[in-house]
Design a protein around this ligand. Structure first.
Ligand code: G6P
Length: 611
């Protein structure tokens, strides 16, 4: 979703901003633009990729030491040059970029139209900018004050960054709900939606809080709240290397991230899971262990792939901890007036830590007395900060829009939490606990074994790439895996795919089955294996094409399947971490075979910062 980058300091601003915009491309966008101040205020913007903007700017005057840049993911107004950011105010002196949505923009626009303002775009951003300018002119006040006054009247979410032709030494920025990081260099400052455009210049960053406004010069950062009181910037050190956000020899980030999984799961377990000693150390969980053990219910709140991780965790927590678990789409939960009792535990699962619906859902639940535990990948993100406690997934930066390594890391963390709580609560035996600790410990190596199948899966992708529909079926722990497999295929290859509980297939989807329908079964050995195999027979009887994910040593299932992918055997509780890998690869290779932009699929955003 929209990405923002800004720079002020001794360097040429344009190359810093351009590189930053490219680093943010993974967030998803449809147009981009920059505004550069060098006496004149030069604004350039273009529909399409950042490379097209770059091409357009060859030979143009881009000299400047202060500038703002933006990648836009359209909300108000179609993706075109006109609606791209930055926007310029009526006077032509202010330029602004914005990530978020101004919900009361229509009313503000009416007021401004009555005052004679005209608009060059369809965006809510241009409305906010002119609203700010109107306040500035009417009150004859500094821009900073006008921004403050305006923001108090705004409903919605935003990060905004403004430059003013009359004050070429200052950037003004403010945040509510959307992400903003400020990098502090030597007499220079970098602003961005996340740390990836900043990491190459400095590791010292400030995460701006909601309702804060910053006045930034090359050598000065003043942070204030909307009440105009100075705030002390809290400087954090980034724990991330540049290599982590580069492709490292892989053709795509998605492939790199799929292949990183033995390592990322290991990183997630490291320092927590001690298979020899049979211990799990998670300080964020220990702090709230009593409350979690005694909770009447746990509610998993998430979106997208993270929601699927929540579904797997539902099965695991109920089995190991005997606590009632509900799994909620954050977007529904936040608006539904859910019953939340004091002491309910909400586990918010999010890769980015910035998903707007998840963020607001937990804010609401927190205000009603729930305990919030964040299972988040991006360190310092909004969800991590608002949570009472939590556990980071430590998967490293995930750039491919379709989530892969973050998902398996979420599963690893959630499994560890459930094991720890179940053991302390006494709802699992010592032997079972130790067995599962060892099973978890063995996962990274088993994932590496699954990855050896990549070439076979690439061949299968060639065979099935022209399918127009696809069904994914599984039962128990593998039902959410089926959902995740179908989501991956949809996202990357634009093939319509549905995940279903294998038995439920008889209540509808079976009507779709004919010789053209590929049906992917997750049919590894678990309590439901025989039932899944029966479901497979039902599909075969109707001439569907069966692709089965099976375990080593299974000799019967291949006799029913058209194609098989073999994964190592594992306890059903940890098996989803293995069984999802071939499905990630299948989606990836089909997307590549169809020549699609697998890292940046159309219309999708990595971090959905608007509701
Ligand atoms: C978007 C991304 C998905 C992700 C979902 C939830 O849709 O494209 O990959 O699963 O948001 O994001 P989160 O960052 O909260 O896990």
């Amino acid at each position: 979703m929209c990405g923002i980058v800004a720079y002020i300091g001794p360097r040429e601003a344009y190359p810093v901003i351009l590189k930053g915009l490219k680093r943010l491309e993974y967030r998803g966008y449809d147009s981009s633009g920059v505004a550069l101040l060098n006496g004149d205020l030069n604004v350039y913007k273009k529909k399409g990729k950042v490379a097209e903007l770059e091409e357009m700017l060859v030979g143009k005057d881009v000299h400047s030491h202060i500038g703002i840049g933006h990648t836009r993911w359209a909300t108000h107004g179609e993706p075109n040059d006109r609606n791209a950011h930055p926007h310029i105010s009526g006077s032509g002196k202010l330029a602004m970029i914005h990530n978020g949505i101004i919900e009361n923009y229509a009313q503000l626009k009416q007021d401004l139209l009555r005052k004679g303002y005209t608009f060059k775009s369809d965006t809510d951003t241009e409305v906010l900018l002119n609203f700010i300018e109107d306040i500035k002119e009417n009150n004859n006040c500094p821009l900073e004050e006008a921004v403050r006054i305006a923001l108090k009247r705004i409903v919605g979410a935003y990060v905004i960054v403004l430059i003013d032709q009359e004050h070429p030494d200052t950037l003004i920025t403010a945040r509510k709900g959307s992400p903003l990081v400020i990098g502090i260099g030597k007499n220079e400052h970098f602003l961005a939606s996340d740390a990836s455009p900043i990491i190459e210049y400095t590791k010292e960053v400030v995460y701006v809080n909601d309702y804060e406004l910053a006045i930034i010069k090359a050598d000065e950062l003043i942070l204030k709240n909307l009440g105009n009181e100075r705030q002390t910037p809290f400087i954090t050190k980034l724990d991330m290397e540049l290599a982590a956000i580069e492709k490292g020899g892989y053709e795509h980030f998605m492939l790199k991230e799929i292949f990183e999984q033995p390592q990322t799961i290991q990183d997630c377990l490291r320092g927590r899971l001690d298979a020899n000693g049979g211990t799990i150390t998670m300080s964020g969980v220990s702090k709230y262990a009593e409350q979690i053990m005694n909770a009447n219910r746990i509610v998993m709140v998430a979106c997208g792939t993270s929601w699927h991780a929540g579904l797997v965790a539902e099965y695991i927590f109920e089995e190991l901890c005997r606590i009632n678990v509900e799994v909620e789409y954050a977007s529904e939960f936040r608006y539904r007036n859910p019953v939340i009792n004091q002491g309910d535990v909400i586990i918010a699962i999010s890769q980015s830590g910035e998903t707007a619906d998840t963020l607001v859902a937990i804010e609401n639940a927190k205000s009603k007395g729930a305990i919030i535990m964040g299972v988040v990948n991006v360190v310092g993100s909004s969800i991590a900060r608002i949570s009472d406690t939590g556990a980071y997934t430590h998967a490293g930066p995930e750039i491919g829009v379709a989530s892969t390594k973050a998902f398996t890391a979420q599963l690893a963390v959630l499994t560890m939490i459930a094991l720890k709580i179940g053991y302390e609560k006494g709802t699992i035996s010592h032997d079972r606990y130790l067995q599962l600790v060892r099973e978890l410990d063995a996962i990274p190596e088993k994932v590496a074994t699954v990855l050896l199948q990549a070439d076979n899966i690439r061949k299968l992708a060639e065979k099935y790439k022209d399918a127009t529909n696809c069904l994914y079926l599984g039962r128990g722990y593998n039902f959410p895996v089926a959902l995740e497999g179908a989501l991956k295929l949809k996202e990357i290859s634009y093939i319509h795919a549905e995940g279903y509980p294998a038995a439920e297939m008889k209540h509808g989807p079976i009507a779709l089955v004919d010789e053209n329908l590929p049906v992917v079964f997750i049919a590894t050995k678990d309590a439901y294996h025989e039932k899944v195999v029966s479901n497979m027979q039902e599909i075969k009887a109707r001439k569907g094409q069966v692709i089965a994910i099976i375990n080593e040593g299974d000799e019967f299932t291949p006799t029913l399947a058209d194609d098989v992918i073999v994964v190592p055997e594992a306890d059903e509780i940890v098996a989803p971490m293995l069984n999802c890998i071939p499905l990630q690869l299948l989606a990836y290779y089909i997307g590549v075979a169809k020549n699609f932009d697998v890292d940046k699929p159309r219309n999708l955003a990595k971090s959905v910062t608007v509701e």
